[in-house]
Ligand binder design. Structure first.
Ligand SMILES: [Cu+2]
Length: 383
C-alpha cells in the first residue's frame, strides 16, 4: 500500500475531510488536509535480524564483587559436559547505514548500554517511519510495534485476520527476505497527559512470538511530542536517556537451542533436555542481556544534576515479575516518589530523575531469586 493511500485512509478514519477519499490515489501528497494530519517528515531505518554470539557475562567473572563466580552463580554461568555456559548463539536486530545492509551503523556511546536490545527507533508525533527489515536468519521473523498506527501490511503478525496478498507480506519475512514496514506516529502514539514529552514503546518479532523474543528479537521505541522535539527526534526536556530491559531469557526455548548444545557443551550427547538442572542453567536473568554486573560500567554514566529520563521494560513469562531498584537516588514515577518500580512482561515504564549523588551505584531487580541469579548491574554518577 502506497504512503499516499495510507495517508488518505488515515485522514478518513480520523474524520478529517471525507473529500480526501474522493480524490483517488493520484491526489498530490501535499494535499493540505493530509498535511495537517501527518507531516512530510519520514524517517527510514534499515534493520536486519542477524545471528550473533552473545555472552551474558563477557568478563567471565562476577563484576559486582570483582571475583570469580561461586556457589549458586555457577548454576547459570558454568560451562561443562552438559552445560552451555554464558555464551549462546542468539538473534539480534541491528541497524545498518543503508539498503545494501553491508555496513553496521555505529552505536553512539550513549546507547552502548542497550546491550542485546535492538536499536532505538525514534519518532516525533506526526512522523511516518519506514522500517526496512532484512532477515539474515534461518527462520522467518517480523517486526511488530507497540504504539504506532499501522495498517495490515505493517503489523508483523501472522493470524487469521481476513487479509490476503500484500497485507500478508509483513507477517513472516522468510530467510533472506526483506519487507518495509510503515508505522505512523499519531497523537495517540505520543505522550499522554501524564507522560511529559515522550512516550515509551517496544517492538519485537511476532512470527513465533515466544521463541522469537527469547532468541533476542526485541527493541525500544521512543515517541516525542512535536512541540518538545529536537531535530534528531529526542526531547529537549532531557539531557540523558537510559533504557533497560528486565528479562529471564529462557534459552531452552530459543530457535538456536540445538546449535548451542552442539557448539558450547563439552559432550552434547550427555545433554538431557528434561534434566531440570540443565533447564535451570539456561535461564539467564538479564538486564539488557547481562548478568552479574557484566553490563560495562562505563556504559551507564549520568552527570550530577542533569535531567534523566529512564525507560524500563520487561519481557518473558510468569517468572518475569521484576522490581527495578536504584541505589543512591530516588525517581519520580507518574508524579510519585519512589526508588523501586514494578515490571511485568511487556511493561513499558518511564521515570524521571536528577542524580545528586556522585558514585558507582547498584541497579538491580529486588526479587530475591533474581538477585541470586544475577539480575544486577551498576551505573555511575559523575560530577
Ligand atoms: Cu526480577
Amino acid at each position: 500500500m502506497s504512503l499516499q493511500r495510507t495517508l488518505s485512509i488515515l485522514a478518513v478514519s480520523l474524520g478529517f475531510v471525507s473529500a480526501c477519499a474522493d480524490e483517488g490515489p493520484t491526489a498530490p501528497a501535499s494535499t493540505p488536509a493530509v498535511a495537517q494530519i501527518v507531516s512530510p517528515l519520514t524517517r527510514t531505518y534499515f534493520i536486519a535480524a542477524d545471528e550473533v554470539i552473545w555472552d551474558y557475562a563477557p568478563s567471565g567473572i562476577n563484576q559486582i564483587f570483582n571475583r570469580p563466580f561461586e556457589g549458586e552463580e555457577l548454576v547459570f554461568t558454568a560451562r561443562g559436559d552438559d552445560r552451555i555456559g554464558t555464551a549462546y548463539k542468539k538473534a539480534m536486530y541491528r541497524e545498518y547505514t543503508d539498503a545494501s545492509f553491508t555496513t553496521l551503523k555505529a552505536i553512539p556511546p550513549e546507547w552502548a548500554h542497550l546491550g542485546m536490545m535492538g536499536p532505538l527507533i525514534r519518532a516525533v508525533v506526526d512522523d511516518t517511519l519506514k522500517i526496512v527489515l532484512k532477515n539474515n536468519l534461518p527462520f522467518a521473523v517480523s517486526l511488530h510495534p507497540h504504539g504506532f498506527f499501522y495498517l495490515k501490511d505493517s503489523e508483523g503478525t501472522p493470524y487469521d485476520d481476513g487479509t490476503s496478498g500484500g497485507d500478508k507480506k509483513d507477517d513472516a519475512v522468510p530467510p533472506g527476505g526483506t519487507h518495509t514496514y510503515t508505522w505512523v506516529a499519531l497523537e495517540r502514539s505520543g505522550p499522554g497527559p501524564a507522560d511529559g514529552s515522550t512516550a515509551f514503546w517496544m517492538y519485537h518479532s511476532h512470527v513465533d512470538e515466544v521463541v522469537d523474543v527469547y532468541t533476542g528479537l526485541a527493541g525500544p521505541i521512543i515517541i516525542t511530542a512535536r512541540a518538545a522535539a529536537r531535530e534528531d527526534g529526542s526531547s529537549k526536556d532531557f539531557d540523558r536517556e537510559i533504557i533497560t530491559n528486565f528479562e529471564v531469557f529462557d534459552e531452552n526455548s530459543s530457535h538456536f537451542l540445538d546449535y548451542n548444545i552442539a557448539t558450547f557443551t563439552g559432550k552434547p550427547q550427555k545433554v538431557r533436555l528434561d534434566d531440570e538442572e540443565f533447564v535451570e542453567s539456561n535461564l539467564m536473568h538479564a538486564i539488557n542481556g547481562y548478568v552479574y554486573g557484566n553490563l560495562p560500567l562505563d556504559a551507564m554514566v549520568l552527570t550530577k544534576g542533569e535531567k534523566v529520563r529512564w525507560y524500563l521494560m520487561g519481557m518473558g513469562t510468569e517468572v518475569d515479575l521484576h522490581t527495578a531498584h536504584w541505589h543512591g537516588m530516588t525517581v519520580l514515577h507518574r508524579g510519585a516518589r519512589t526508588d523501586v518500580v514494578e515490571l511485568l512482561p511487556a511493561s513499558m515504564v518511564m521515570v524521571d530523575l536528577e542524580p545528586d549523588n556522585v558514585g558507582t551505584w547498584l541497579f538491580h531487580c529486588h526479587v530475591a531469586d533474581h538477585i541470586a541469579a544475577g539480575m544486577v548491574v551498576r551505573f555511575q554518577v559523575v560530577p
